[in-house]
Each structure stands twice: as C-alpha cells, then as structure tokens.
Design a binder for this molecule. Structure first.
Ligand code: NAD
Length: 362
C-alpha cells in the first residue's frame, strides 16, 4: 500500500475547523480505494504559536516540512499579530522556500452554487488562474527610510526575473495546449513601464513555441471588468502575483463565494512538497462557532488528489460538491443554509462514499 505523508498546518481562526473536514474526506477516499493511505502529521504553527514563542513556525520549520509529499494548510492570521508577520513568516516562507511558483486557482461555477452575477449559466464561468507565486509584487524587496520623520520614504519593489516570468508563462501555455483551451495573459504595461512591458514581451516570445494555443492579452483593469461582464471569454489565465491575488477574489464572488474558492501552490518539478489550501483567510469573525464553510478546503483536497495522479477522485470531489450544493440542505450560513461545518463535511463523506461505491460496483 502506498503511503502519502502529509504535513497539516491547520493555522488560525477557522483553519482547524475546515481542515478537519478536508482530512475526513481524504481519509474516506483512501479507505474506499484501499491501495493508498494518508499519514498526517500536525504542526501547531500560526498566531497562537507566535504569541507563545515569538515566531510563526519553528526555526527549522522548512527542514521539518521538506520530505513530506504535500502540505495541507487551513489559514493563518489573527487579531493581535500583524498580518504582514503572519503572512510573511509562515505562508510566504513556505511558498518561496519550496519554489511553489505556480498558484492554481480554479474559478468554476459549479451546479447549485450561487453566482454574484445575475442570469449567468454554469458553463460561462469555467476558468483556471495560473498565478505567479514566488516573486513579482510579493518579492518582499524594498526599504523604509527615515521612519517617522518628515522625509519618510517607503519603497516596495516588484521583482520580475526572466527565469521566474518565463517559467510561469510556459507552464500556462503547457496547460492550455494540453487542455485545448485559450490562454489569456493579464498585465498592465501602459502604467508599469518596466515590469509589465517585460511580462508582455516574454508572453509574446513564449507564444511562438505554441502556435496551436489561441491567446489574448488584457490590462488588469479591463480584465476585472470583463470577468464580470463577459466571464466566458476566459479559460486559462496567466498573471502576476498581485493581480492574480486580487482577480481570484473577483473570481470567488462570481463563482459561488469565498467559501468555495480553492488553491494549490505547486512546485512542478516535485523537488519540494506542494501546498494545498483554501483561498480564504482565518475569518476571525466566525471562528470557533462551527459556521465556516469547509468546501473550499475540501476542493483543495481534490487538487491534492489530482496532483498525486488520482484524477478520478479529484473529479468525484467536484461532482460531490455539486450534489451537496444542489440538495440545498447541507449548506453553511454563508451560502444561505443552517448546517454546521462538520455537518457539511459528514455529508460530503456520505456523498463520496456512495458515488465511489457506485462506480466500483459498476
Ligand atoms: N491564505 C491565508 O491564510 C489567508 C488569506 C487571506 C487572509 N488571511 C488572513 O485572515 C485574516 C482575516 O482576513 P480577512 O477577513 O480579510 O479575510 P477572510 O477570508 O478571513 O474573511 C473575509 C470574509 O469572508 C468570510 N469567510 C471567509 N472564509 C469563510 C468560510 N470558509 N466560510 C464562511 N465564511 C467565510 C469571513 O467570515 C469574512 O466575513 C487576516 O489575518 C488575514 O491576513 C489569510
């Protein structure tokens, strides 16, 4: 039997609640399959850890994580710890140290999900964001000079290396080619006269190697509008770290809400573990009340299964979520229901069990 060792970082706020449900789903799928199993190791890192130890993770945290098959993360951030510390000292350290330069965020309106857009059909919102995940605007390069003085100056530099830009664009072309879909590049070369002119040039260059892929290129402001007025024009999208971060929240709104938005941080070469997590944060406003929607975290478990090569289970989770949404009985309050976090998780396990048994029995 194959064993996948998974590092679990539940994190803060609703992180532990939603991760519990994702782990239930993964364990059930492994049990039903019986050719593989998961071995979960929990790490108590996050804001509570920070208040006790003055750091978000152990000093040798990256070393502790490096041999796992994957990392499953809930969310980090809690009032009392500045957000730039909780983000930079845990999540971004992991993404950068493990060269998880691809952030995959599906924006797909599942059947039964409620879009913020009126009169939109399910097949009109089906896109995959491929966001650069290790440099760009989130490179962390800058300075803070003359702090508190009249001449105070803050510099936040974006870093676009040729290697970093080319590899994310090439990855996106490969996905578009494999799936026979269009590829849209989103940038802002009119205003960002170095970084985004360079981005557009690299996109043009790489496109020459993929004549079969139909491409489009938009400025980020126009893209934000078009995602709302004409979402069907987008299939595969490649964009920078900051633009991808913002636009996928627009994506969440048009595809059923933040409770459904999932993300995978991938090291395509598999030299380091990849990390799977919901897009949402730790939602301190609802933490500990059993109100959080675990579906985004469960969806990110499906991305993990895809990554391990179990595409059929990845698909089963997506269609299981559709079945759950269409029954309308087991929805958390953010989706207009009254179910608790664990009731949704239990229902997903029940739906998947019957789906998978049906398939096995033919
Ligand atoms: N990947 C991450 O770990 C991550 C991402 C974003 C924000 N954060 C952190 O999370 C904290 C809160 O940030 P925020 O309020 O801007 O964003 P948030 O995503 O935590 O919450 C935004 C709103 O969405 C709701 N919400 C989020 N997830 C939900 C879920 N699963 N079910 C139901 N409702 C849900 C919340 O109740 C809140 O009203 C901050 O400390 C921030 O830095 C972490």
């Amino acid at each position: 039997m194959k064993t996948y060792r998974i590092a679990v970082i539940p994190g803060d706020g609703i992180g532990p609640e939603v991760i519990n449900e994702g782990v239930k789903v993964l364990n059930k799928i492994a049990e039903l399959d019986s050719s593989f199993e998961f071995d979960f190791t929990y790490f108590p890192w996050g804001c509570e850890f920070y208040t006790k130890h003055g750091k978000m993770m152990d000093d040798d945290g990256i070393d502790q994580l490096k041999d796992f098959a994957a990392i499953y993360l809930g969310a980090v951030g809690f009032p009392g710890v500045p957000d730039h510390i909780s983000l930079w000292d845990l999540l971004l350290v992991i993404r950068k140290s493990f060269d998880q330069y691809v952030n995959l965020r599906p924006v797909q309106l599942l059947h039964g999900a409620h879009s913020a857009l009126a009169n939109v059909k399910n097949d009109e919102i089906d896109m995959l964001f491929i966001r650069e995940n290790t440099e760009g605007e989130y490179a962390g390069a800058g300075d803070w000079l003359f702090k508190g003085q009249d001449n105070e100056v803050v510099l936040q530099n974006a870093v676009f290396s040729r290697k970093g830009t080319e590899r994310i664009i090439r990855y996106a072309f490969e996905v578009a080619k494999r799936e026979g879909k269009t590829l849209t590049s989103i940038s802002k070369a009119n205003a960002l006269n170095y970084s985004m002119v360079f981005w557009d040039e690299v996109f043009e260059e790489v496109s020459l190697d993929y004549p079969e892929v139909k491409t489009a290129s938009y400025l980020v402001d126009a893209a934000a509008m078009l995602m709302i007025t004409d979402p069907k024009r987008f299939e595969i999208i490649v964009t920078s770290n900051l633009f991808g971060d913002i636009l996928t929240d627009v994506g969440a709104a048009i595809a059923g809400g933040i409770g459904l938005a999932a993300g995978a941080n991938i090291n395509p070469e598999r030299r380091y573990p990849s990390m799977f997590e919901p897009v949402h944060g730790s939602a301190p406003d609802i933490a500990g009340k059993g109100l959080s929607n675990p579906l985004a975290t469960i969806w990110s478990a499906s991305q993990m299964l895809d990554f391990f090569g179990y595409k059929e289970y990845g698909k089963a989770i997506a269609s299981g979520i559709e079945e759950l949404l269409s029954t309308k009985e087991f929805l958390t309050p953010d989706m207009g229901g009254t179910a608790t976090t664990s009731e949704v998780g239990e229902k997903m396990v029940e739906i998947l069990t019957s789906q998978i048994k049906r398939k096995v029995l033919g």
